[in-house]
Design a protein around this ligand. Sequence first.
Ligand SMILES: *[C@@H]1O[C@H](CO)[C@@H](O)[C@H](O)[C@H]1NC(C)=O
Ligand SMILES: *[C@@H]1O[C@H](CO)[C@@H](O)[C@H](O)[C@H]1NC(C)=O
Ligand SMILES: *[C@@H]1O[C@H](CO)[C@@H](O)[C@H](O)[C@H]1NC(C)=O
Ligand SMILES: *[C@@H]1O[C@H](CO)[C@@H](O)[C@H](O)[C@H]1NC(C)=O
Ligand SMILES: *[C@@H]1O[C@H](CO)[C@@H](O)[C@H](O)[C@H]1NC(C)=O
Ligand SMILES: *[C@@H]1O[C@H](CO)[C@@H](O)[C@H](O)[C@H]1NC(C)=O
Length: 292
Amino acid sequence: MRHSVFSLLLGAISLITPAVVSGLEFTVSLEQDGKTVDASKLQFVKIPSLRHRRRGHRNATTTTTTRQHENAKRGNNNISYSDNWCGASSRSDDADPIRNVFGYFTVPDLKLRPTGGAPQFAAAWIGIDGAKCNQTLLQAGVTTVVNSNGGQSASAWWEWYPGAAYSIANLPVKPGDWVSVNITAHNATSGRIIVTNAQRGYSMTLNLTSGPKLCRWDVEWILEDFYEAESNKQVPFASFQDLWFLDTEATTVRGKNIGINGAAMVHLMDPKGKVLCQAEKYDDANFVITSH
Ligand SMILES: *[C@@H]1O[C@H](CO)[C@@H](O)[C@H](O)[C@H]1NC(C)=O
Ligand SMILES: *[C@@H]1O[C@H](CO)[C@@H](O)[C@H](O)[C@H]1NC(C)=O
Ligand SMILES: *[C@@H]1O[C@H](CO)[C@@H](O)[C@H](O)[C@H]1NC(C)=O
Ligand SMILES: *[C@@H]1O[C@H](CO)[C@@H](O)[C@H](O)[C@H]1NC(C)=O
Ligand SMILES: *[C@@H]1O[C@H](CO)[C@@H](O)[C@H](O)[C@H]1NC(C)=O
Ligand SMILES: *[C@@H]1O[C@H](CO)[C@@H](O)[C@H](O)[C@H]1NC(C)=O
């Protein structure tokens, strides 16, 4: 099935202004060049056609690069494979739940894979839960699409699953821009998402209450080959410039930083066993995702 880029990214358009969406209540503020400006120009556009999920991953049996071998020797590697994402994932527990997750990363800068048709896609995001706690996931990130002539467009979005995903119209993001995402869970049903594009001078703060109950067990920093909802098929996954996640941290209620130290590093492997996307730790706060 082929969709126009526009319909796939925006789906059946329904604009909402900050208020209430299916029980979830929110307020939003916008800063432009350090000054608070009218946030009503930030419209959230429901994207019913996409599903951003992390599916389970399985342990790796092989390592593929020199750095991975070196890391493995230091007992510093924990690689596994997923069929829809690559990146890093860490876990806390009931006794000391997650409070906050942060990372600084580039908006995916894509190139068409010679096979796979057009358009092709990749979504970079950060989230709380969605793994061991699979009934809910609070997440925000950016999606880029590249079409047949190599032209790209990107958009920022947020989602509190099982609620819908919303693209954030009028928050400018371009492939290669450095953005940060900061997600806080004040408690199981209340949180805050801050998406900043310092390069273009924008920062959005979204306070959310009455959300679907979080467990606050898992955090992740992900590049995803997401699903198209109607067909439940993955969209064609583009190739991309190295994508770094920098200054990653995940703090617990007791103030522990669980970060990517000890995180599972996950590669994306397609059904034919080809690795398309690989995550490698650089140090305890930074890692890089490379295209294959
Ligand atoms: C979000 O909540 C914090 C306090 O918890 C407040 O300082 C901030 O102004 C709120 N932002 C919005 C957009 O409501
Ligand atoms: C992955 O390996 C860990 C130990 O390194 C083990 O505890 C876990 O059960 C394994 N998971 C799978 C899915 O094989
Ligand atoms: C969530 O996990 C439970 C138990 O681990 C499993 O039975 C259920 O099928 C999972 N749900 C989804 C949507 O993956
Ligand atoms: C993330 O946002 C929270 C406030 O919601 C703040 O306390 C924390 O310092 C921020 N983290 C980073 C790394 O900016
Ligand atoms: C969760 O935190 C929010 C914001 O701090 C607060 O307004 C709300 O009452 C809290 N809810 C519960 C159940 O503690
Ligand atoms: C590897 O990651 C898994 C989470 O997927 C975690 O349960 C396990 O403890 C990690 N192992 C090491 C050695 O860090």
